[in-house]
Unconditional design. Structure first.
Length: 207
């Protein structure tokens, strides 16, 4: 259940004053996500793999992902990726500091403001990515190598990474982010298909 008690005014005031001003903005003209079949004219292997990962990068480096994979212990928010307001920190396990856990304000689903000016995001597993999975500010090559490294991707094999990208609920939130936020390009299904095709072609990384 969404927690909208004594913190409701904090949420509505601070978020509306910062990145949730973006609710009045129209979504930016980002290119649609291409399907793996769109790369069939490229040679199988490294050439196609690199092109597929570049397409995946449209999602990976979108604000919907970067805000939860920050380079510091403070998340960012909104399409402009401004520092989270109110000020919060990652905490020991990515769920916030004692006394101000993420679920103090974030519920299990998005919570739209009554006046239509924006929303508070929510998911059953709302939290920050672990520090070792931080990739805001990194190049696609750096992120790619990080995604393939079990010591920095939550212990996932490439097969598990495909499953994660295609079916994880919190990843899927990126395409259902609530009022005032631009969804990630394409769809989670398409993102999963791109991931699978990238792996199938060798999971190569840009330099």
């Amino acid at each position: 259940m969404m927690r909208v008690g004594k913190f409701a005014l904090i949420i509505a005031g601070s978020l509306a004053a910062t990145s949730f001003v973006a609710a009045a903005r129209q979504p930016t003209d980002r290119a649609a996500l291409r399907a793996p079949t769109d790369f069939a004219d490229l040679s199988q292997g490294r050439e196609r793999s690199l092109a597929l990962f570049a397409e995946m990068g449209k999602v990976i480096q979108h604000p919907r992902c970067l805000n939860c994979h920050p380079r510091t212990d403070r998340p960012t928010q909104g399409d402009a990726m401004t520092p989270h307001s109110p000020s919060v920190v990652r905490g020991k396990d990515g769920h916030g500091a004692p006394g101000l856990h993420c679920d103090t304000c974030h519920g299990t689903t998005n919570f739209d403001f009554a006046d239509g000016s924006g929303s508070v995001p929510g998911d059953q597993h709302w939290h920050l990515a672990p520090a070792e999975m931080a990739w805001a500010g990194k190049s696609q090559g750096e992120i790619c190598r990080q995604l393939k490294d079990p010591s920095r991707n939550g212990g996932k094999s490439l097969a598990a990474l495909i499953e994660h990208n295609a079916k994880d609920g919190l990843v899927g939130w990126g395409w259902n982010p609530g009022a005032g936020r631009e969804p990630a390009p394409g769809s989670q299904r398409l993102f999963g298909e791109l991931t699978a095709a990238w792996v199938e072609n060798g999971a190569h990384c840009p330099d």
